[in-house]
Design a protein around this ligand. Structure first.
Ligand code: NAD
Length: 495
């Protein structure tokens, strides 16, 4: 019998009238049945989160208790790490090595990090403005926060958001993508077992189109933290505008990797492979544009294409698999359409570009790792996010040209630079329009430092001190310390 996952509202696991199947994208088989929240359940979740914040005063409970809860959640994830990794792979298709060594331990680490650092980051600041005036700056929670999570890193992104929101004292409504709700619904059990106060965390699976507006436009919700596509991001900005809500919005990318002629060739090739084919290229920070300097171009391309052709596709549960399936049939069709457009617009296809023909892959949503060259800035493949294993390569002869190409994008999320000249790398990093720039590496995220993009890639930060503070509001309490001279007050009276 297929496993069943209910909703988690007000500290209870609840059924709903509607149910949906969740699919394994590697086989097309049904993995589980999940309750689907409609507007009624969305309203119940808001009631619960609002009451937990206002009456139970989660926001005013001691920092020590918040720390204790986050540590228990972290340990709960670690206790189930093997099962969670397997479930994440079954539900997303990503190779088990990725979920075992990245997604799941990183999720646990995020809860632990903010447990140990919340007190330091939320500390009240006292500013002695002058001998006459002093200010107390308080970090208060925002209140009820709705967290929207995409399907590419379900548990990890849910953990980034939930850990910070809870550490800051908010109550939470967490909505996973309905394609990948399973590990997030497992998190509901972990949070419940950790003893979270009733209503402080509510986790509801459901269609964004059905309940997104109900969650975002409700006056009782104070903040929205959204990670997902630009189309939905823009809709959410609209929903939130009526009540002028605080938002964090992390959207798409079309990131460029710049490979200079003095780069360590093997490292740059491996870095480029990882930065576009990890997680089947379904990463907002995927380096989907490679800008390669003339002097290294031929050697780089030989190695890069050779290794790309040797990438092993398969079921994510197989330890030999390097690339699993895309998340859905729809995503497979979308990637195919991007490839067709690139060909039509004149980009040169070097390898991949199609659904693989191997019989053992035929029931999954696989797509071959794909490399285009001769990509021009006017082409859609150079400008639009594919969100799949498709990269376009352009040759450049001067660094200024590389910077101009990198910055010819409406997105500004990430970039990477490959060179042995560290001062040149620093100089380039300063000139590239992106929120995170990796030098001679890719994809390293640390809880200690913030992450987030500019322009169409969104605004606000996740992780680090800044990421936590996003979930707070800053209150200034100003105290006049003079006994008799009150400059403004007395002046006005006299006037
Ligand atoms: P999506 O926008 O379709 O969905 C994201 C979340 O929003 C899901 O939970 C979904 O159910 C919900 N949603 C869908 N329609 C909604 C609506 N009308 N109102 C409210 N919520 C709604 O995105 P996706 O396809 O799950 O994820 C892929 C996208 O996410 C890519 O564009 C990728 O670049 C982006 N992404 C960005 C980052 C980042 O940090 N910048 C990280 C990961 C993914």
């Amino acid at each position: 019998m297929k496993p069943y996952y209910p909703l988690f509202i007000n500290g209870e696991f609840k059924d709903s009238q509607d149910k949906q199947d969740v699919i394994n994208p590697a086989t097309g088989e049904v993995l589980a049945e999940v309750a689907v929240a409609g507007k009624k359940e969305a309203a119940l979740a808001i009631d619960a989160a609002r009451a937990a914040f206002d009456k139970e005063a989660w926001g005013r409970i001691s920092l020590a208790r918040r720390k204790d809860l986050l540590l228990k959640i972290s340990q709960g994830i670690l206790d189930k790490a093997g099962d969670l990794a397997k479930l994440e792979t079954l539900n997303t298709g990503k190779p088990i090595k990725e979920s075992t060594f990245m997604d799941i331990p990183s999720a646990a680490k995020t809860f632990e990090y903010f447990a140990y650092n919340l007190e330091r980051y939320l500390k009240e600041e006292v500013i002695d403005i002058s001998t006459e005036a002093q200010s107390r700056l308080l970090r208060e929670p925002q209140g009820v926060v709705v967290l929207f999570v995409p399907w590419n890193y379900p548990l990890l992104i849910a953990s980034w958001k939930t850990a910070c929101a809870l550490a800051a004292g908010n109550t939470v409504i967490l909505k996973p993508s309905s394609l990948t709700p399973l590990t997030v619904l497992e998190l509901a059990k972990i949070i419940n077992d950790a003893g979270s106060p009733k209503g402080s965390v509510n986790i509801i699976n459901g269609s964004g189109i059905e309940i997104g507006k109900a969650l975002c436009a409700d006056k009782r919700v104070d903040m929205i933290s959204f990670t997902g596509s630009n189309t939905v991001g823009r809709q959410i900005l609209g929903y939130a505008s009526e009540h002028v809500k605080k938002m964090i919005i992390e959207l798409g990318g079309k990131s460029a990797s710049i490979i200079l002629k003095d780069a360590d060739l093997e490292l740059a090739v491996n870095g480029a492979l990882c930065s576009i084919f990890l997680n089947q290229g379904q990463m907002c920070t995927a380096m989907s544009r490679l800008l390669v300097e003339e002097g290294i171009y031929d050697k780089f391309m030989d190695d890069f294409v050779d290794k790309t052709k040797r990438i092993k596709l398969g079921d994510g549960l197989d330890y030999q698999t390097q690339m699993g399936p895309l998340i859905s049939d729809e995503q497979q069709k979308k990637v195919m359409a991007c490839v067709e457009t690139a060909k039509r617009e004149g980009a040169k296809l070097l390898c991949g570009g199609k659904v693989p023909s191997a019989p053992e892959l035929k029931n999954g949503f696989f797509f071959e790792p794909t490399v285009f060259t001769d990509a021009k800035p006017s082409m859609r493949i150079f400008q639009e996010e594919v969100f799949g294993p498709v990269v376009c390569v352009s040759k450049f002869s001067h660094i200024d040209e590389a910077i101009a190409l990198a910055n010819t994008s409406d997105f500004a999320l990430a970039s990477s630079i490959w060179t042995q000249d560290s001062s040149l790398a620093q100089d380039l990093a300063g000139r590239i329009n992106a929120g995170i720039i990796w030098i001679n590496t890719y994809g390293m995220f640390y809880n200690e430092v913030p992450y987030g993009g500019f322009k169409q890639s969104g605004f606000g930060k996740e992780l680090g001190r800044e990421g936590l503070l996003e979930y707070t509001r800053l209150k200034n309490i100003l105290i006049d310390k003079t006994k008799d001279s009150k400059p403004l007050v007395n002046y006005w009276y006299g006037f």
